[in-house]
Design a protein around this ligand. Structure first.
Ligand code: AMP
Ligand code: ZN
Ligand code: ZN
Length: 399
């Protein structure tokens, strides 16, 4: 009888240990637009430095072109812009004979432009919740699905940066059954400062310091949660920033004959849809021009992963780092969109929390398509097949 009681006790213990609810982790990812990888080396960023000490510090390569819409949507989907449909901030769609522009709401809100599956949809399909604030694609009915919680970019007034932190914290403070497993937060600085004043300027330094403080507030508020030890925080970006000047300008009007082209769209890079029979003429007129790269679509170097989408013209022109190829020179001091391999285009990556290594500086820079499989892993969901590879990024995770 005594033996039976002991056995029964053991069985109860075994069942209890198997059914004990897993202490699930939450992940918050913040994108600070245009945060170049090396800003913390020459600006005051005490909070991001602390994050590096507590967790992982790395440099990440954007995808080509190093611009906002293509790369935020790459971070969300794990697909390079050539495969995710958002091949530039603006582009011509020959199928619909319409031009997509990020600043035009009628095109931006059309889900047909957005290919692939953002992580918030993968998460929702597999029973997870996602709160997404202003991340490219999050207020658009992609696959007829929105994140569990989100805000519409066009709704006014747009939330201030501080209100965005408050919103993320309000989501994290919801009852467990309502709480998002993943939070994605977008902040449009220091990109604007970088454009207006250049990446190396007092003004940009001040804005970098301001967003660093904002990350300090977020980090402190997470630390005050009763389940703080179950929250991962990732802070990263979409692309870097480099100096430009109106003097480093190649005037497109001197080389592009409008009679040879159906359409010329976008900058850094420019897509040209040539008229039948004029492709070689357009190519030959550009191929020896200094400070630009010009390719026939099929000859774009493999490392750029660009050229299969039908939204890319049959000739592509990309300026050298810091140069402009356009009809009119920008007068701003900073720009991006250049090759991901240029250090100035690369971005800062910081992450800490229960799933990350501590005090770890990654000697390898990784590519931003790997963020989607990383988030899928942290959420415990099966990822879609993408251009990203979990194996390439898993070295930053604790064993
Ligand atoms: P750019 O520097 O031209 O590549 O784009 C940066 C700008 O993109 C930001 O300053 C915002 O105005 C805009 N932007 C970023 N995210 C969104 C979004 N989710 N919806 C609409 N516009 C956005
Ligand atoms: Zn950007
Ligand atoms: Zn920008």
């Amino acid at each position: 009888m005594k033996k039976q009681v002991v056995l029964l006790g053991l069985l109860v213990l075994l069942i209890a240990s198997c059914t004990k609810p897993e202490r699930k982790h939450y992940t918050v990812i913040v994108s600070l637009d245009g945060f170049r990888w090396d800003y913390p080396t020459f600006y005051d960023t005490p909070n991001l430095d602390k994050m590096a000490e507590r967790g992982v510090s790395a440099t990440m390569l954007p995808s080509f072109p190093a611009s906002t819409f293509p790369n935020h949507y790459t971070l969300a989907t794990g697909l390079v812009p050539d495969h995710n449909g958002i091949i530039n901030n603006s582009f011509w769609n020959p199928k619909t004979q319409k031009r997509y522009t990020m600043s035009d709401s009628t095109t931006r809100y059309n889900p047909a432009y957005y290919l692939g599956e953002p992580i918030w949809i993968t998460a929702r399909k597999q029973g997870r919740k996602a709160g997404v604030l202003y991340w490219v694609g999050s207020d658009i009915a992609i696959k007829d699905t929105y994140p569990t919680y989100y805000k519409v970019w066009d709704d006014v007034p747009r939330l201030t940066f501080a209100q965005r932190i408050d919103t993320a914290m309000a989501w994290l403070n919801r009852a467990e059954a309502e709480r998002p497993d993943l939070i994605m937060l977008y902040i449009e600085e220091p990109d604007m400062a970088g454009h207006n004043f250049g990446p190396k300027s007092e003004e940009t330094g001040r804005v970098v310091h301001r967003v660093d403080s904002l990350m300090g507030v977020l980090s402190a508020q997470i630390a005050a949660l009763p389940y703080a030890d179950r929250v991962n925080l990732i802070v990263t970006s979409d692309h870097g920033m480099t100096d430009i000047s109106p003097e480093r300008f190649v005037d497109a009007t001197l080389y592009i004959n409008p009679d040879w082209c159906e359409l010329v769209d976008g900058t850094t890079p420019t897509s040209i849809f040539t008229k039948e029979g004029y492709r070689d003429s357009v190519y030959n007129a550009l191929k020896d021009v200094e400070h630009i790269h010009v390719w026939k679509k099929e000859d774009i170097p493999d490392e750029l992963n660009y050229g299969t989408s039908d939204r890319i013209g049959d000739i592509v022109v990309a300026p050298e780092l810091g140069w402009q190829f356009a009809y009119k020179a920008k007068t701003s001091k900073g720009a991006h969109g250049y090759f991901p391999q240029s250090p100035d285009m690369q971005v800062m990556f910081r992450a800490y929390g229960p799933d990350f290594k501590q005090g770890y500086t990654s000697s390898n820079s990784f590519v931003n398509v790997d963020i989607y499989p990383l988030l899928a892993h942290l959420l415990g969901v099966q990822p879609e097949k993408t251009d990203g590879e979990y194996e390439r990024i898993k070295g930053i995770l604790a064993e």
